[in-house]
Design a protein around this ligand. Structure first.
Ligand code: DC
Length: 230
């Protein structure tokens, strides 16, 4: 029997780090849906599609072949057969993904792939609309958030570690703009599913956040098992 955990939340809340650890603890597969949107954005950039033109984006995305493979537990995103993992984390791709992920035809194209993965194996899937749209029947839904200042501080430290110049106020502003776009778009806006458990990681370490999600999972699954037995 497959079990699914959906983790949604804004950028920088720690979803991918936490989701990977939860998946490891439970021997589930971690599915990073943001990487699929990023691969689509890379495709659009390579094709020279204008990001101000949603119709052009909707048309062009139909020809992109995106698939997923797992190698030693790591998710590999294939774009027209090419492993594009190394090209997904640039500012240019982030900016295009933020715009193109609001285009309905882009979302439709990736929805099937995400649902298929969750049907065939137990997954911890993170994104923006997993609990609300992709996996409405997930065993556990988590809405993971943190204040915009906390998220900006985390990003600031990451840049500093890489030796890249950055400005905390600027990062916070970008995060707030991205939240606004993700939360107000017409299709699949980022929001907490009615039956999702809210976890605010502002005052929690990564391990505390992981523990919290695991305890929600264990209590939900044991409740379900009891219902089956009863
Ligand atoms: O989580 P991320 O930063 O890798 O996501 C990249 C972009 O894709 C971001 O702008 C939000 C969008 N996204 C989405 O709309 N729905 C998802 N399920 C995952 C990501």
């Amino acid at each position: 029997m497959v079990h699914n955990i959906a983790i949604d939340g804004p950028a920088g809340a720690g979803k991918s780090t936490v989701a990977q650890k939860v998946a490891k603890e439970l021997s589930f597969v971690y599915v990073d849906t943001g990487a699929m949107y990023r691969a689509m954005a890379l495709y659009l950039l390579r094709k020279g599609v204008n990001r101000e033109e949603p119709d052009e984006i909707g048309e062009a995305c139909q020809n992109a072949e995106i698939s997923i493979e797992y190698q030693n537990g790591e998710q590999i995103v294939l774009l027209d057969g090419e492993n594009v993992n190394a090209h997904l984390r640039t500012e240019e791709v982030s900016a295009m993904a933020s715009v193109s992920s609001a285009v309905p035809r882009v979302r439709e194209k990736l929805l099937d792939l995400q649902r298929k993965l969750a049907r065939t194996m137990s997954v911890v899937m993170d994104g923006r609309d997993i609990g609300t749209t992709i996996l409405p029947d997930a065993d556990v839904k988590i809405y993971l958030t943190a204040s915009s200042l906390t998220r900006a501080r985390r990003r600031y430290l990451e840049y500093q570690e890489k030796g890249e110049a950055c400005d905390l106020a600027e990062i916070q502003k970008t995060i707030e703009e991205r939240d606004q776009r993700d939360m107000t778009r017409e299709i699949s806006p980022l929001c907490q599913a009615e039956d999702a458990v809210l976890v605010d990681s502002s005052e929690l370490t990564i391990d505390e956040t992981v523990e919290k999600i695991l305890s929600v999972y264990h209590s939900k699954v044991s409740e379900k098992d009891k219902r089956y037995e009863g």
